[in-house]
Design a binder for this molecule. Structure first.
Ligand code: IDP
Ligand code: MG
Length: 139
């Protein structure tokens, strides 16, 4: 087991629907430490960087404008195996296929509005933390 940090974002519909506490609570109860947390409307540029790997796909422009259209919650959590654990807690991308008990399975509306983003690797986590928590000191 490895101590890791990962980046999470509660998407606009999660904030709008009043699910911030519910979602953060799942990570707290699972024993993860929240080491950074912010409610903000991200810029189009930040959204583009976050989803850079999808540039050119048909959903890219819609996703970028959606993610920068309304407040989101950005956070960094820390704990054992945090990256894989958060992906597992989020569930698969399409909420219709996500298992009950996962965040997307329980609350996701459709493939774009799937409630939460979670970094998919150590490299993505580092990159995404830098996009959203520039200059932040954790300790
Ligand atoms: P992930 O969030 O589970 O890692 P990715 O395939 O990396 O899923 O896609 C990033 C995000 O892009 C998804 O969470 C979702 O919001 C959006 N997305 C992915 N596929 C589609 C699609 O087919 N239509 C609309 N939005 C999509
Ligand atoms: Mg992804």
């Amino acid at each position: 087991m490895k101590e890791e940090r990962t980046f999470l974002m509660i998407k606009p519909e999660g904030v709008e629907r009043g699910l911030i506490g519910e979602i953060i609570g799942r990570f707290e109860r699972r024993g993860f430490k929240i080491i950074a947390l912010r409610l903000s409307k991200i810029s189009k540029e930040q959204a583009e960087k976050q989803y850079e790997e999808h540039r050119g796909k048909d959903f890219f422009d819609g996703l970028v404008s959606y993610m920068s259209s309304a407040p989101t919650v950005s956070m960094v959590i820390e704990g054992e195996n945090a990256i894989a654990a958060a992906r597992e807690m989020a569930g698969v991308t399409n909420p219709k296929q996500a298992k009950p008990g996962t965040i997307r399975g329980d609350y996701g509306l459709d493939v774009q509005r799937n409630i939460i983003h979670a970094s998919d690797s150590e490299e993505s986590a580092k990159r995404e933390i830098a996009i959203h928590f520039e200059n932040l000191r954790f300790n």
